[in-house]
Design a protein around this ligand. Structure first.
Ligand code: SF4
Length: 378
């Protein structure tokens, strides 16, 4: 089959290990010994070996997330990447991202990633202030981050994301602005700026935290785009900012509903209109990963109404919004015939805007995006 005819497929690989659990984190991750890590990667390779090779697809992005994928031996990561390259048709310009934490990187590890085709590094910093890093229960200091960042640059990484967190306990507006400027001035290609969400079941949930009030949080969010704009970043999604042409292709694909296959513990997938997740039980995963049908749960075939709703609420996360033409092309129906009333409502109160057959959230709309998106559920 002609390469051109291949449909894109994105891969997500979950690495559920961390040095220690951060105090706010409810992700599927935690510390584990070397033996458990090796066992997990063997299971992961069994899963890769047993999924179909999708001959009519090309892998456009691979995202190795976690957890902290930079915790295990890089040889384990390299072996999975080699296996993927041998099994699937990988687009020559595929974006391959690995998430990493400062304090877990050294020169040879970074070189190893590059040798295995990793071309994007996502560094979990959260804050350039040691006081805030301590509050969050992070394992690293700002100085360790700086060292990791320059090691990555020296090794040859030219596409680096830095994760930052706002609304940290005791954080002021001025503190957040300083954090943004400090990190933007380093010149990464991409910044993800999320606000802290206190999740049930985490140590933060039990604590009496002094969080910034609503107005402060509003200003923090509202001004982030303008501040980062001064350093050459543009906002392309609710929480993501990039230099021109360096948006995260993997995440953009997700918001545009490109099919993705999740590999590893708890990883979710959307392939050929079917959504499913792998088990989040480690023992079960390790035992059955060679028989994917045994580890997959919550399998759901999406109906047209689900797909339309997803098209809208994922697409509206991006500042470019949704294309009315693509909607019509995909569903064979005009967007107004399905969502006429909802669109009318939000366009008339200035929460949505329409330009050149695209519909997107206004600044005002972004602040109440959850409520708006819920209205697109049919
Ligand atoms: S490093 Fe990331 S995944 Fe690991 S515990 Fe901290 S926030 Fe969670």
């Amino acid at each position: 089959m002609e390469n051109k005819a291949k449909k894109p497929l994105e891969l997500y690989i979950h690495v559920p290990f961390c040095v220690k659990k951060c105090d706010y984190c409810d992700f599927l991750s935690g510390p584990a010994g070397k033996e458990r890590q090796a066992e997990y990667f063997q299971a992961l390779q069994r899963e890769v070996a047993s999924v179909p090779d999708f001959p009519d697809r090309e892998i456009t992005t691979v995202f190795i997330g976690g957890g902290t994928p930079s915790v295990p031996d890089p040889a384990l990561i390299g072996a999975v990447l080699d296996q993927i390259r041998n099994k699937f048709f990988m687009a020559p310009d595929a974006e391959i991202t690995i998430e990493a934490n400062p304090g877990t990187l050294y020169k040879e590890k970074l070189e190893d990633y590059l040798e295995h085709g990793v071309n994007r590094l996502s560094l979990g910093l959260q804050s350039p202030q040691n006081r805030e890093l301590k509050i969050l229960g992070r394992i690293h200091t700002w100085e360790e981050f700086l060292e990791s960042f320059s090691l990555a640059r020296e090794a040859g990484f030219s596409n680096i994301n830095i994760d930052l967190m706002s609304a940290i306990p005791d954080q002021t507006y001025e503190g957040w602005e300083k954090n943004l400027r400090t990190v933007a001035a380093l010149g990464p290609e991409h910044i993800s700026a999320y606000s802290l969400i206190v999740e049930e079941g985490t140590p933060f949930w039990e604590r009496d935290l002094k969080l910034p009030d609503e107005d402060t949080e509003y200003r923090m969010y509202e001004d982030t785009a303008a501040i980062l704009g001064e350093y050459g970043f543009h906002q392309y999604e609710i929480s993501n900012y990039a230099k021109k042409g360096l948006e995260c292709r993997h995440n953009k694909g997700y918001w545009q509903r490109t099919d993705y296959l999740g590999l590893g513990l708890g990883a979710s997938s959307l392939v050929d209109h079917i959504r499913f997740s792998n088990t989040d039980n480690m023992e079960e995963y390790i035992k059955n990963s060679g028989q994917p049908e045994k580890i997959r749960c919550d399998m759901e075939r999406l109906g047209e109404a689900d797909e339309m709703a997803e098209f809208m609420f994922l697409g509206l996360r991006m500042t470019e919004g949704v294309s009315m033409d693509v909607f019509e092309e995909y569903f064979g129906k005009k967007i107004e015939s399905i969502y006429g009333d909802v669109l009318e409502k939000y366009l008339s109160i200035g929460m949505l805007e329409k330009k050149e057959s695209r519909i997107y959230l206004t600044r005002k709309g972004i602040h109440v995006s959850n409520g708006i998106m819920a209205d697109f559920l049919l």
